[in-house]
Design a binder for this molecule. Structure first.
Ligand code: NAD
Length: 493
């Protein structure tokens, strides 16, 4: 029986009590490589207590000293870069290159956090009234919790805790039980970098652990990334319990291709957006909307590129351009979606079920699939699939394509491929979502910018990353001081 992962609490591995567990697969082989224990209120209590204990000294540590630890952390992460990427590939199944991207995007948030002394500087106004000075400082909020999805085992946890701890908070991370190994390794490396024990803790589990965090009176803030239904539940329950909450949800991202677009470049970008990480990305481009005469040549190119895409195990074979889905359930869901898409009347022009693998294994593979003539009312156009399925919706005009995208209940990303600045500008102005690409397939913002989902892709006010992340993990304090000096004053200029 593969190892039951330990929780990481107060700087130590805390063995799990065996009361149920989620299998952690190597999705490339279909083998169980570990078990994520089902932590609950008892484990959450321990982790929150450890965080509370570490909090006063950490919050009091000068920002420059916190930054020094983060600089050391960044150095250690670079040293472990390749090992971390391999760990991500092993428990997630994405290609090694994609895993490197996952770790790199996370490290970029640590780099941002290294600038915390400047980022957290407040404001001051001398003589705000006669004899009174005003000073605003950004203070830690306390114990913060992060609940993360399976699809970016390194990046998404690192959207959260580096900024939270840089701001002087203590943190409890509850990673996805499907990918618990990377999260623990990231926390161990933070301890090696000199982060005091208890400032960063990891508790494993699913709904029970999450619900314990949501109602815990000592948790001040919750960051969540995952599906929309859970994001809504987290936001509503967390705020009802007096916490600040940022909760990012699912997505349906449109990619519009104008007739004047560079179709070679657009095809490469669409392939990456639709099938990168086997479509398991909240920024996955899942609908391509070619306008007018762009449709036929685009489809021809996409079909060829999909046929050429090598699918196979990613753990030993670096030649595979696309890996498996995360688990058997995800695979079944995608297979069902292929069946229902055909039933709804869309044309399956590229069938991922028929794809030969680079190496035969028991992994959870479905190759890239493309549906043509998808219509607005079909589920394919409306629901998040979270798998390697691209829907093509042929549009007569840019206005039609934008209108379709704007009817989505989500609002993460949307993209246009064009050489016409006017069309690009109109698209950027009219599209209703938070992350917009012009000739960029996956407009995921870098660490400096907030990850800006709209509508049902985000619940809350301040997004993760960037200066919004800093604002989320701090609260402002305004000090007004009145001091009188009764001696002679030199008021000349
Ligand atoms: P998920 O919602 O199933 O799980 C996310 C986290 O919530 C996990 O830690 C899980 O243990 C916990 N959880 C699951 N069900 C719960 C419940 N009923 N109550 C409380 N907690 C629960 O998501 P997933 O399948 O791990 O990840 C895929 C989803 O995440 C997709 O919808 C994707 O679009 C979304 N995602 C969004 C972003 C973004 O920035 N908007 C980024 C990455 C992933």
């Amino acid at each position: 029986m593969p190892n039951l992962c330990a929780h990481f609490i107060g700087g130590e591995a805390v063995p799990a009590v065996a009361t149920g567990a989620t299998p952690v697969f190597n999705p490339s082989r279909g083998e169980v490589i570990a078990q994520a224990p089902a932590g609950g209120p008892a484990e959450v209590q321990k982790a929150v207590e450890a965080a509370r204990k570490a909090l006063p000294a950490w919050a009091e540590t000068p920002a420059v000293e916190r930054a020094r630890i983060l600089f050391r952390y960044k150095g250690l992460l670079e040293g472990q870069f390749e090992n971390l990427a391999r760990l991500v590939t092993r428990e997630h199944g994405k290609t090694l290159d994609e895993a490197r991207g996952d770790v790199r995007r996370g490290i970029e948030v640590v780099e941002l956090a290294c600038g915390i002394p400047s980022l957290i500087m407040g404001q001051a106004l001398g003589n705000v009234a006669r004899g009174i000075d005003g000073q605003l400082s950004l203070e830690p909020v306390g114990v913060c919790a992060g609940i993360t999805p399976f699809n970016f085992p390194a990046m998404v946890p690192m959207w959260m805790y580096p900024l939270a701890i840089a701001c002087g908070n203590a943190f409890v991370l509850k990673p996805s039980p499907k990918v618990p190994l990377t999260a623990v390794r990231l926390a161990e490396i933070a301890l090696e970098a000199g982060l005091p024990a208890g400032v960063l803790n990891v508790v494993h589990g699913g709904r029970e652990a999450v619900d314990a965090l949501l109602v815990h009176p000592d948790v001040a803030a919750i960051s969540f990334v995952g599906s929309t239904a859970v994001a809504k539940h987290i936001y509503e329950t967390g705020t009802a319990h007096g916490k600040r909450v940022q909760a990012a949800g699912g997505a349906k991202n449109f990619m519009i291709v104008m007739p004047d677009a560079d179709l070679e470049a657009a095809t490469t970008a669409i392939m990456g957006a639709a099938f990168g990480c086997a479509g398991q990305r909240c920024m996955a481009g899942s609908v391509a909307a070619p306008v007018g005469r762009a449709a036929e040549p685009l489809l021809k190119r996409l079909s060829k590129a999909a046929t050429d895409l090598k699918v196979g195990p990613t753990d030993e074979d670096e030649s595979a351009g696309m890996g498996p889905l995360i688990d058997p359930l995800a695979r079944e869901r995608v297979l069902r979606c292929l069946e229902s898409g055909s039933r709804e009347g869309a044309q399956l022009v590229q069938d991922g079920r028929a794809v030969p693998l680079t190496q035969q294994t028991d992994g959870f593979f479905v190759g890239p699939s493309i549906f043509d003539r998808v219509r607005q009312e079909m589920q394919l156009a409306r629901e998040e699939i979270f798998g390697p399925v691209l829907s093509v919706m042929r549009a007569e005009s840019l206005g039609d394509a934008i209108a379709w995208a704007n009817q989505s209940r989500y609002g993460n990303g949307a993209v246009i491929f064009t050489q016409d600045g006017g069309a690009a500008r109109q698209f950027a102005r009219d599209i209703r979502c938070g992350m917009v690409g012009v000739n960029v397939g996956v407009p995921a913002p870098m660490a400096l910018f907030p990850f800006s989902g709209w509508n049902q892709s985000f619940f809350g006010d301040l997004h993760v990353q960037g200066t919004e992340g800093i604002r989320f993990y701090t609260r402002s304090k305004v000090v007004l001081s009145r001091w009188q000096y009764d001696g002679r004053r030199a008021l000349g200029w």
